[in-house]
Design a protein around this ligand. Structure first.
Ligand SMILES: O=C(O)CCC(=O)C(=O)O
Length: 279
């Protein structure tokens, strides 16, 4: 295992204030177009390769319910999970020293990336209802930090995120499990009994980065444009966290004692739940 130093960088005062008061902050122009393009190219290659029969026991491909008949493999995909460990472009991005410095300041000196997912939202795809990510994780200690990288512009028409600023100070709400909308994707839940009147739309240009707390209530809207929206999303937590172990997680160590560590890039197969126990 190699170790590298991480920049001794702390959050700027306006980042810290936004994090404390609103539960998120945005870094504009974080990534360059060529990096975003490389991410999209790699996801398209993976979608085509897996569709062509090259099994990947370590990756989870979630289909886009409404687009089962789309002409290309990537056009039928909603999300590909667990890409960080083995795919260089995603690993390099997720372990960049300037990002790790922010994460160390938010989480502490021992950090893992436990969830990585590339999200396509193709034209007509439905948005994800109001939720808090820690409803899924049930994880302690806080915070768990989500980073949402816009790989395309996120416009009012193509299904951007919306957030309720300050809602990260709330506990995890009750959720209605499942999404009754025809064409909704697997795994969606919804917080129905909470005030969303303060909601704000997060419009982003390709390359912008949203950094947000796992208790922040957020949703995305439907893609009513004729172009795709794409994002790469990672979640980080204290390496000693306690919580739900989900089959779409893969705990990849990134920081120990404030130093970056290089994790193994050997694929870790998914351990599937025993679905037969589900009522
Ligand atoms: O990107 C989206 O449309 C929704 C993503 C989201 O809400 C999440 O990953 O928790």
């Amino acid at each position: 295992m190699n170790t590298d130093g991480v920049h001794d960088m702390t959050l700027r005062s306006e980042q810290r204030a936004s994090w404390n008061e609103r539960g998120y902050f945005i870094e504009r122009g974080w990534s360059q177009r060529r990096v975003l393009d490389a991410m999209i190219r790699r996801i398209v290659d993976l979608a085509r390769s897996i569709d062509g029969g090259n099994e990947r026991e370590d990756l989870l491909v979630a289909p886009e319910t409404l687009l089962a008949n789309a002409p290309t493999p990537e056009g039928r995909v909603s999300k590909i999970f667990r890409v960080m460990r083995t795919e260089d472009v995603f690993y390099e991005w997720a372990t960049e020293p300037r990002l790790l410095a922010l994460l160390a300041d938010l989480i502490g000196p021992n950090v893992d990336c436990f969830l990585s997912q590339f999200i396509f939202k193709h034209p007509t795809a439905l948005g994800q209802p109001w939720h808090q990510d820690n409803f899924y994780f049930r994880m302690k200690p806080r915070p768990q930090v989500g980073v949402w990288l816009a790989c395309s512009d996120a416009t009012a028409e193509n299904g951007p995120l919306w957030v309720v600023p300050g809602s990260h100070l709330e506990e995890v709400h009750d959720n209605v499990i499942g999404d009754p909308r025809q064409g909704a994707n697997f795994g969606y839940v919804e917080i129905q009994a909470a005030d969303t009147s303060a909601e704000e739309q997060i419009l982003m240009s390709a390359g912008d980065l949203l950094i947000f707390d796992s208790h922040l209530r957020h949703r995305s809207t439907d893609n009513v444009s004729d172009g795709m929206r794409a994002a790469m999303v990672y979640h980080y937590a204290n390496a000693d966290s306690d919580g739900t172990i989900s089959f779409n997680n893969d705990w990849v160590e990134v920081l120990r004692d404030g130093q970056s560590v290089h994790a193994s890039n050997e694929p870790v197969p998914i351990v599937w739940p025993d679905w037969s126990n589900r009522s």
